[in-house]
Design a protein around this ligand. Structure first.
Ligand code: CP
Ligand code: NVA
Length: 307
């Protein structure tokens, strides 16, 4: 494993599988009350420049369960909001803390933070990637289907941070990946370039949800307007009309097809309430697994054996 978790492009298949295995172990330990205070006395600084419920609660709770402490730094209220350079923030936090989790806009900000920090940096979502979420998704899919390799993962909607990370994570784990995006809303060029290099799994970029959903084992969707795109809401509603996960679309998938949604969900936009509720168990398992997968990431990056 590298020092940081900035994007799944930086991880090997073995790294990802190792995180999932440790995540399963973390979940087992937590459910059975077994001690796993591997990060006793360690502190995680959590920088949030965007809103969050799951990421904040799962990192903070996870750090506590590992015997450590997490502290919340609001982008607005810290000196970051008054323009203190990222490189200086990185060097200061490295003197106090043992790890940094950051949720922000540009991937370049996270990369710069990691370059200047002596301690591990974890990407808690950027406009480009949401690696922790996709690790939880992969953990959930493996939990429900007992494997990843050979399954077909289908993403419907915007070629956003979730699409980018699912394409990379899915392909690295040997899943076939199909994505349906309207023209003009494609995944990032770097991700499409990566997809071209994969030889042991298939990738498809489709213009209709129906084509992408054919024979899928897992359907994933996400909001049409991500954080920071609130002003584009009306334009996006038009562009994404028809890119909805509904019963008719699910009828094209394989029997027992799962549905994943990183949440928050906008019912009757990207997903109908009917499909959401029919798959609520899987979707909330996915939310829960943020905790276990991130505990694995923090242990692997910040645990004393790794120092
Ligand atoms: N899925 C996810 O990252 O949720 P939050 O925005 O609530 O952290
Ligand atoms: N694509 C969404 C994911 C939220 C967890 C966003 O960036 O707002």
């Amino acid at each position: 494993m590298k020092k940081d978790l900035l994007k799944l492009l930086d991880l090997s298949r073995e790294d990802i599988i190792n995180i999932l295995n440790v995540g399963d172990q973390m979940k087992y330990n937590q459910k059975h009350g077994l001690p796993h205070n591997y990060l006793q006395g360690k502190t995680l600084a959590m920088i949030f420049e965007k809103n969050s419920t799951r990421t904040r609660v799962s990192f903070e709770t996870g750090m506590f369960q590992l015997g450590g402490h997490a502290l919340f730094l609001s982008g607005k209220e810290s000196q970051i909001g008054r323009g203190e350079p990222i490189a200086d923030t990185a060097r200061v936090l490295s003197r106090y803390c043992d790890g940094i989790m950051i949720r922000t806009f540009g991937q370049d900000e996270v990369e710069e933070l990691a370059e200047y920090a002596d301690i591990p940096v974890i990407n808690g979502l950027t406009d480009f990637a949401h690696p922790c979420q996709v690790l939880a998704d992969l953990m959930t899919i493996r939990e429900h289907k007992s494997r990843l390799e050979g399954l077909k993962l289908c993403f419907i909607g915007d070629g956003n941070n979730m699409a980018n990370s699912l394409i990379v994570g899915g392909l690295k784990c040997g899943m076939d990946v199909s994505v349906a995006c309207p023209e003009g809303y494609d995944p990032d060029e770097k991700v499409l370039e990566f997809a071209k290099t994969v030889t042991d799994a298939k990738f498809q970029l489709c213009r209709t949800p129906q084509e992408a959903a054919q024979g899928a084992d897992v359907v994933v969707t996400d909001v049409w307007a991500s954080m920071g795109q609130e002003e584009e809401k009306a334009i996006r509603e038009k562009a994404f009309a028809g890119f909805q996960v509904n019963a008719a679309l699910m009828a094209l998938t394989n029997p027992g097809c799962m549905v994943q949604h990183c949440l928050p969900a906008h019912r009757e936009e990207e997903i109908t309430a009917e499909v959401f509720e029919a798959h609520a168990q899987e979707i909330f398992d996915e939310a829960e697994n943020r905790l276990h997968a991130q505990k694995a990431v923090m242990y692997l990056l910040m645990g004393k054996d790794q120092k």
